[in-house]
Design a binder for this molecule. Structure first.
Ligand code: ADP
Length: 486
């Protein structure tokens, strides 16, 4: 385990260029080591086996043709077989008189200095005219050779005999030539492999290097960095992903700037008012209880607005940090909706808004009551802020088999199709949002974060000029009937 970690650590420090080069060179060396091993260790064994195979095949062919082919054709055939396979062939009649002699093996043991035809014929007859295979050392060149002998025609009354002899080790200069050639090729290929692998390694690493350089620029905050994906499919994918990340980062960056602009604008208004009214109380209305209370009331309202904004920012950052856990508890959903709506009573009476609630059969739901309250509160608050001149807001509870849908409808301008995707984004506020509407562009992001944490579906249906319906669904697994709960 430790060793693997150590190797991984080490590999992590080696540049790609170098690793590719090392692998390539390693492969080349391995190929040559194998080639040399086979050349040196197995060549002779392989050679002698294939020679024995050649002799066997030649014998079969000769036995088949003897006394069948016309004499001259048979002689030509023997010559061809002998020359092609480096064999020495002797065919004799039943008395041992030579019929055909083909010598293609240097210093063979049948025809060489110690002419052994009779000796080997005797070995065949001693063997009951069955084929013999002998491994004989050729005293002429001290090489191991194979001698094959068999009778021709019938085994009881042979019409002749066949003797074949060939060397079992590569003779002459063939081997040394091959070895020299191999050495030459090894040298050339190792030099070639060195340069080719260097070139390939550089080519592979180049696009990655350039993308890394570009990514470093992005990390420094340059959102106009271009990622060049030429080279390989993987690099292209990486470049596309980085371009996408850059776009997103740039968007978030712009939004964050906008937020700071919005928040500071929205904070400045109540702060200016706070200062102005505090000064007014100090300088003018301090002694006038009616005026003073009016001004103090404004100060209190503005402070509320301020803390609302600050709370929004804190809530969202907590939700998004992933540290917020759900604390589910059971409560009656219809009751909760009525309770939240009643909190808006003050403002609806003062400013002429009407909130209509259509409940369904009462159900017990089990979810994080504080957070779901905040969702409903934010949605109703938005509906009030953005509803039309008639100042109507509709809240509906709809029980369905797959859960309870809560709908909040307004009669405002509605939201354009392409903006719907954006409104749940952090810091997003439509450009034409009403300035008098206190908001940070965080309300719907909080809604989204809470509903996602619960795994509840949510969405908006909106028609330009007619208003919007924001909805979410408490899934059926969290819903129980009132009587079941009792
Ligand atoms: P805020 O209301 O503080 O601006 P939100 O996150 O609650 O922030 O809303 C984001 C944007 O979505 C708003 O600026 C507004 O443009 C749009 N929006 C939200 N609710 C409605 C609604 N009921 N009708 C029309 N537009 C809405």
């Amino acid at each position: 385990m430790k060793l693997i970690k150590k190797t991984q650590n080490l590999l992590g420090r080696i540049p790609l260029k170098f690793s590719v080069w090392i692998y390539f060179m390693g492969f080349t060396v391995l190929v040559f080591v194998l080639l040399w091993l086979f050349q040196i260790l197995f060549l002779e064994k392989f050679y002698s086996q294939s020679k024995i195979h050649d002799v066997d095949a030649a014998a079969t062919q000769i036995i088949k043709s003897f006394d069948v082919d016309p004499k001259s054709e048979f002689s030509d055939k023997l010559a061809k077989i002998a020359s092609e396979n480096d064999l020495c062939i002797e065919v004799v009649d039943r008395y041992g008189r030579s019929l055909y002699t083909k010598e293609y093996s240097v210093g063979c043991i049948i025809h060489g200095k110690e002419n052994g035809t009779y000796y080997y014929l005797k070995r065949i007859t001693d063997n009951g005219n069955k084929p013999i295979w002998l491994k004989v050392n050729n005293p002429n060149n001290n090489c191991s050779t194979v001698l094959y002998g068999c009778s021709l025609g019938s085994q009881d009354f042979p019409s002749g005999y066949l003797l074949i002899n060939t060397a079992l080790v590569p003779v002459g200069s063939t081997v040394s030539i091959i070895k020299r050639q191999l050495m030459f090729i090894t040298g050339i290929l190792i030099v070639l492999a060195f340069f080719i692998s260097l070139f390939v390694a550089k080519r592979i690493a180049k696009p990655i290097d350039s993308i890394t350089e570009a990514a470093e620029n992005l990390a420094k905050g340059d959102f106009n960095t271009k990622f060049d994906g030429r080279g390989f499919l993987e690099v292209k994918k990486l470049a596309d992903t980085l371009t996408y990340a850059e776009k997103e980062l740039s968007r978030v960056d712009t939004m964050q700037r906008d937020l700071i602009a919005n928040v500071s604008h929205d904070l400045r208004t109540p702060l200016t008012m706070l200062k102005a009214y505090a000064e007014m109380i100090r300088d003018l209305s301090g002694d006038n209880p009616v005026k003073r209370n009016e001004h103090l009331e404004i100060i209190i309202n503005e402070t509320d607005r301020l803390s609302l904004m600050v709370n929004d920012i804190l809530d969202l950052s907590k939700l998004e940090s992933g540290k917020q856990k759900l604390t589910p508890s059971e409560f009656r959903i219809g009751e909760k909706l009525s309770e939240i709506i009643s909190r808006f009573k003050g403002i609806s009476e003062k400013m002429g808004y009407s909130i209509h609630f259509t409940p369904d059969e009462e159900k017990i739901v089990c979810c994080d009551v504080v957070k779901i309250e905040q969702v409903i509160y934010n949605l109703i608050n938005n509906a009030i802020n953005y509803t039309g001149e008639d100042k109507q807001v509709f809240v509906r509870q709809i029980n369905r088999p797959d859960g309870i849908v809560i709908e909040i409808q307004d009669t405002g301008d509605g939201i354009e199709e392409d903006k719907i995707k954006l409104i749940f984004d952090k810091y997003y506020r439509s450009e034409n949002h009403k300035r008098e509407v206190v908001g940070t562009g965080l309300g719907l992001s909080i809604v989204k974060a809470v509903l996602k944490l619960h795994n509840y579906d949510y969405g908006v249906r909106s028609k330009l000029g007619e208003g919007s319906v924001f909805w979410f669904k408490i899934s059926s697994k969290d819903v129980t009937d009132v009587q079941d709960a009792q």
